[in-house]
Design a protein around this ligand. Structure first.
Ligand SMILES: Cc1cc2nc3c(=O)[nH]c(=O)nc-3n(C[C@H](O)[C@H](O)[C@H](O)COP(=O)(O)O)c2cc1C
Ligand code: SF4
Ligand code: SF4
Length: 283
């Protein structure tokens, strides 16, 4: 089957999940469209996908799970036995049950997950895998996408299996840090418009609703004046220790039915046994 349309649908506060999902979608069809559901209340151009289209879902891992708000946003989409690729992006710790949760979610929505990927992105906190996904990661995503495309065209793909456990581990909520705002703020309003949970007061952007904020750090990354920050002693010492703990680089993992394709960073792609779990840490 050659899909008549390809769409990347993602929730991606700091843009790493977007990069992976969009790269995979574009490698399959350079005209692929993007549906960004990061900001709550965004009305997507389309919500229903026919059997002969293809969707690439992308979301970050929060506490080893999908963020609950991402689950809610994805629930507005409907497939009709529509093939899809599920991707989660995690900050070099572990993806735990998030990929399984995304696979189960889209199946319940009428999609058929024919391939999956657990991708590494720069962690929201500290300085962990800064700059990832980098060009080499995107090249791996594209190579994987071309394999999925070839298998789809042969009509040879069934539902994929991914690692994860039942019941899913506890997780899926936001973090505990609430960004601060310095005097450099020009009140441009960008952070308030772009906050996934509308936690920032558009009139006085220094005011953040601590109940709504999920510590995604989108406002810090996007503020053109560098005014949003997390410059507290508590955060600095957490970030330093966390960065040290997660210093060991992890690689992207790609899953197709019956085979896992893992492209190692150093050039040569190779095949390894199906569904080997990656390292598990408690944080
Ligand atoms: C609240 C929260 C929880 C997170 N939990 C995990 C985790 O369990 N494992 C992990 O490796 N990374 C974790 N991360 C890091 C993100 O998964 C990672 O930075 C991802 O690339 C962010 O995706 P985005 O750029 O699409 O927003 C967490 C980040 C946040 C904000
Ligand atoms: S994006 Fe930065 S400068 Fe603009 S309102 Fe927000 S904090 Fe102020
Ligand atoms: S206020 Fe909180 S939820 Fe909103 S963008 Fe900033 S960190 Fe994310």
């Amino acid at each position: 089957m050659k899909p008549i349309s390809v769409e990347a649908i993602y929730f991606s506060p700091t843009g790493t999940s977007k990069t992976g999902a969009a790269a995979i979608a574009r490698a399959i069809d350079p005209a692929a469209k993007e549906i960004d559901v990061t900001v709550a209340g965004t009305v997507p151009e389309r919500t229903s996908f026919p059997k002969d289209s293809l969707v690439v879902f992308g979301a970050p891992v929060y506490g080893g799970r999908l963020y609950r708000g991402a689950v809610e946003r994805f629930q507005q989409f409907v497939g009709h036995k529509t093939p899809c690729i599920v991707t989660v992006t995690y900050g070099n710790r572990d993806f735990d049950d998030a990929l399984l949760e995304l696979k189960d979610l889209v199946e319940a929505l009428g999609f058929v997950p024919v391939a999956a990927a657990a991708l590494v992105g720069q962690h929201t906190y500290g300085s962990i895998q800064v700059g990832r996904p980098e060009a080499a990661d995107v090249a791996q995503d594209e190579a994987f996408a071309l394999q999925v495309k070839a298998a789809l065209e042969k009509g040879s793909l069934e539902a994929v299996e991914v690692p994860g456990n039942y019941p899913y581990r506890e997780g899926g909520s936001g973090g505990r840090f609430r960004p601060l705002t310095s005097d450099a703020c020009t009140r441009c309003g960008l952070c308030a418009r772009e906050c996934p949970e509308q936690a920032i007061d558009p009139v006085d952007p220094s005011q953040i609703d601590g109940e709504k904020c999920i510590s995604c750090f989108r406002c810090i990354r996007r503020c053109p004046a560098g005014a949003k920050n997390m410059d507290t002693e508590e955060y600095r010492s957490f970030a330093e220790a966390f960065t040290q703990k997660l210093a060991q680089r992890k690689e992207n993992q790609y899953f197709l039915p019956r085979a896992r394709i893992l492209a190692k960073h150093k050039e040569e792609p190779y095949e390894v046994p199906v569904l080997q779990r990656c390292g598990y840490e408690s944080d």
